[in-house]
Design a protein. Sequence first.
Length: 288
Amino acid sequence: MSLVIWAEGRLVGAGEAALSAVDHGITVGDGVFETCTVFDGQVFALTRHLERLRRSATGLGLEAPDEQRVREGVDAVLDEAVRLDGPFDGRLRITVTAGIGPLGSMRVPGAQSVVVAVQDSMMMPESRSARSPWPRNERSPIAGLKTTSYAENVVALADAKAKGGDESILPNTVGELCEGTGSNIFVERGGELLTPALSTGCLAGITRALVLEWGAEAGLPVREAREGELPFTVLDEVTTGGVQLALTSSGRNVQPITWLDGVDVAPGEITLAVREVFEKNCRERLDP
């Protein structure tokens, strides 16, 4: 399926200029975004994504995005994509920037820029991951916000790719397990499936939250870890078979890590049970 893009109130071609060259999202990465899963031509958990888009924007010091305007873009790209190719599974990205600004970091008042794009995609059933040599700064002013300032993630992911992986797992500055460059991480050990607390600096992932909620509904032992419960060194237990790992995100759903830094990892039983629950619910409960 072709990439379908809506920018500033109209559909545009993939090679067509859509934003000003001095848009603050381009010059300094001053913007926020959401990536959503599309099932059969419909966006999954759009309400939750829009709520997080608002939280990220206000956390960055931007005005809350115009939700009606964003939804207009979402409807436009989905309608066009379905018209061209019929119902599809894929990914949809919403980007909101501070709009036209100076070449430096200072903002000026003005209208925000909104871009929505969608394309079909396939989710891989498992991940090959590598540990990052760089930490996530849990005290950063943008910790936990989904901003377009993504250079750190690009560098960390490139490092993982060079090592044979498709995701990089980051600690924070005090040695706690934190997250992936574009995913949350879960650790299965001792009969439980745990994910780092938000205080580590990780993103409040939509899939992460639903795994915790739906896992609990299904009676599965899934919870957020307590402070200090998941040091980054917990990954060393992979070599002894003491832990299993999984990633969650809108581009992965629940994805077991089957390889970490050259070591094969068997998927955990709880991880597989949670994945089954999630895969069933996400198509039946499109706006949870």
